[in-house]
Design a protein. Structure first.
Length: 371
């Protein structure tokens, strides 16, 4: 190597400083609050907890409102079901009452017509009772009404059973068969029992269920199928059929005058005219009001009013429980079906009562165009 050649110096290494024995490292400085990381300040933590509490409270309020809404809907649906049920029951009982009035009108007038006509009318009443019972069976029944509905069905079933029996006994009874007459009286007692079941058991339970639910409603009809308890007496039935039972004394007719006079007939408040054609809507079947007077000197019971449409099977009857000597009376007679459209003669009659001799003023006839 030449004298003038430079020699590279070896790299220098810095000696590591070794900590002094026994010395501790200094404390680390806190990071600034905006640099991220580290624990949140107490104020921020409290704010988060408050927000969480508010959110939880809001959630509970929403859940409560939903629960109240669902409950309100359930209550509304239940009340609506109760209203629908009672409305249907009211309709069924009204129909059954009208059918009962028709039945006892037939029994009251059966002796004045043919046994075949009486049989046909009773068969019609039976079919109506069966339809009413079937409708009641198909009625939607809320749980609160289940017990009352069972009693209602029982009452309506008794009416069907009673009419079934009367349908098989009416013609023999009119032929003076004492056993048939007694059986009809027994079936009338069954009808009366159905009145008791409905009015004293079914109806109060329906009212109680509606009251407990806090639901107001218009109420229910009375449900009287039997017009008078005397129809449960075989002697009375025999007298109505113009016959007597063995050992029964003939009914005594009170001395003096007996009878009625038909003065006028109205439909929907309009008095019908005998000398000109009267226009009447055919549907629904019209109701005729017969205005008459007891022209005798005796009170009369079970007075029958009747309306017929000549040339058709359309008719209607109603019974007035009692009329008073020298006093006016009225009865409402609804036709049993819709009359055919066109012009017909309508005859209104107050049926003969026992002891009545003059029948010339008992009827009025009118030319009527049913529209």
């Amino acid at each position: 190597m030449s004298f003038f050649d430079e020699v590279d110096e070896p790299p220098r290494t810095e000696p590591r400083s070794t900590p002094r024995s026994g010395s501790r490292p200094g404390p680390r400085g806190r990071r600034p609050s905006g640099s991220g990381g580290g624990r949140r300040p107490p104020g921020a933590q409290q704010s988060i907890q408050v927000r969480r509490a508010v959110a939880l409270g809001a959630l509970l309020v929403v859940i409560l409102l939903i629960a109240l809404g669902v409950h309100s809907c359930q209550v509304s649906a239940n009340n609506s079901a109760l209203q629908d049920y009672t409305n249907k029951v009211s309709s069924l009982i009204t129909q059954s009452n009208q059918n009962g009035a028709q039945v006892f009108s037939v029994l009251s007038t059966a002796a004045s017509g043919s046994a075949t006509t009486a049989q046909h009318n009773i068969d019609d009443a039976l079919a109506t009772a069966q339809n009413i019972y079937k409708d009641a069976q198909n009625n939607s029944v809320p749980g609160a009404m289940s017990t009352a509905n069972g009693k209602l069905l029982f009452a309506l079933r008794m009416r069907v059973d009673g009419l079934t029996s009367i349908a098989s006994e009416i013609q023999p009874a009119l032929a003076n068969n004492s056993s048939a007459i007694t059986q009809i009286a027994a079936e009338n007692a069954r009808f009366y029992t159905s009145d008791v079941v409905y009015k004293d058991y079914a109806s109060p339970e329906i009212y109680s269920a509606m009251h407990n639910a806090g639901v107001r409603f218009a109420g229910l009809p009375a449900g009287q199928f039997v017009p008078n308890i005397v129809w449960m007496q075989p002697d009375y039935v025999a007298t109505a059929f113009h016959t007597t039972l063995p050992g029964q004394a003939p009914a005594k007719i009170a001395p003096g005058l007996h009878g009625h006079q038909l003065n006028s007939v109205q439909v929907a408040g309009v008095t019908l005219q005998t000398g000109s054609t009267n226009a009447i809507p055919a549907s629904p079947p019209p109701t005729f009001q017969l205005n008459f007077a007891n022209t005798g000197t005796n009170n009369e019971t079970d007075v029958v009013c009747k309306v017929t449409v000549t040339g058709t099977s359309v008719t209607g009857t109603a019974t007035v429980g009692e009329t008073f000597a020298g006093k006016n009376a009225t009865c409402q007679v609804k036709l049993n079906s819709t009359p055919p459209t066109g012009t017909h003669t309508v005859t209104a009659t107050i049926e003969k009562v026992p002891g009545e001799k003059n029948l010339n003023n008992n009827s009025l006839s009118f030319p009527v165009t049913f529209q």
